[in-house]
Structures are given as structure tokens and as C-alpha cells.
Design a protein. Structure first.
Ligand code: CA2
Length: 148
């Protein structure tokens, strides 16, 4: 069975509760529940973790090395400056798909740069909740074509 870890970074626990005009009305729990069904239909074991702490995300990435086949991550604002998360992704040598609800290229200039994209196998951004499903589907297709 393919095992995937879904990681969500800082403030994504506020989804659906604040700024619905930017990030939508659904909570993270709503999205994760639908992703669990999506994964189960494909015989995929999906685990998930959200943290507002950079160190906890780094530790979760390290732990993933022995436990999963790939990672889907919405790193939140860490996308734009976390060299620690970048180094963790490089260090575990797992395929990682970076995903964003919003189109980071159509927002403020400081969001246009991701320090993580270069160490990820791909990036999905701008499709709201659908970004997560596209990212997970793309990761599964990647794994099917490039097995360990
Ligand atoms: O578009 C995305 O998914 C982001 O990763 C979301 C981050 C942002 O810093 C990135 O530039 C792009 C912010 C997540 C904050 O989510 C909130 C949700 C509701 C209310 C406030 C923040």
C-alpha cells in the first residue's frame, strides 16, 4: 500500500474561520476528511499533520523518511523563507509536492518566491481546496512511474 504524509504549516488551522475571501469557507478538517476518502478509494494510506512550528514540521519530515513513500505539503508562510524545511526535504530524499490554496504568483511580491520548490518534484497552486487533490494525484502518478 502506498503511504503518503500530508503536512500543513502555520495558520492553516484557521482555514474556514478567517479570511474566507482569500482561503475559502471550508475548514482544514473538511478538506482532510475528503482527502482521506480520495486516498482510500485509491488504496492509499494518508496520514496528516498540521503545525504552526517550523521545528515540528522539520521533525515530521525527518520521521517520514522511514514511514511514507512521499509527502504533500502546504508549508504556509514558511514556503517563502524556511531554509530549515528546504534542508529537511533535501535530506530525506522523498518525493515532495508543494501545494498552495492560492496562486502565490498572483499575490504580493514576497509570496512569489518559494525557497522549497527547487527541492520538490512539483508545485500545485491556485486551485483552492482542489490544489490538495491535484497534488496528491500527481504524487501518486509520480510514484507509479518512479518507484523507490
Ligand atoms: O495559498 C496558500 O496555501 C499559502 O500557503 C497560505 C499561507 C500563505 O502564507 C502562503 O503565502 C500561501 C497562509 C495560510 C494562512 O491561512 C489562513 C487561513 C485563514 C485565515 C488566516 C490565515
Amino acid at each position: 500500500m502506498t503511504r503518503i504524509l500530508l503536512l500543513n504549516g502555520p495558520n492553516l488551522n484557521l482555514l474556514g474561520l478567517r479570511e474566507p475571501e482569500v482561503y475559502g469557507r471550508e475548514t482544514l478538517a473538511d478538506i482532510v476528511n475528503d482527502l482521506l476518502s480520495f486516498a482510500a478509494e485509491r488504496d492509499v494510506e494518508l496520514s496528516d499533520f498540521q503545525s504552526n512550528s517550523e521545528g515540528e514540521l522539520v521533525t515530521a519530515i525527518h520521521g517520514a523518511r522511514e514511514t511514507v513513500d512521499g509527502i504533500v505539503i502546504n508549508p504556509g508562510a514558511y514556503t517563502h523563507y524556511s531554509i530549515a524545511i528546504r534542508d529537511a526535504i533535501s535530506g530525506v530524499a522523498l518525493p515532495v509536492v508543494e501545494t498552495h490554496l492560492s496562486n502565490i504568483h498572483a499575490r504580493e511580491p514576497f509570496r512569489k518566491e518559494s525557497v522549497l520548490s527547487a527541492v520538490c518534484v512539483g508545485v500545485v497552486a491556485g486551485f483552492g481546496r482542489h490544489s490538495y487533490f491535484v497534488a496528491l494525484d500527481a504524487l501518486l502518478r509520480h510514484l507509479a512511474h518512479e518507484p523507490k
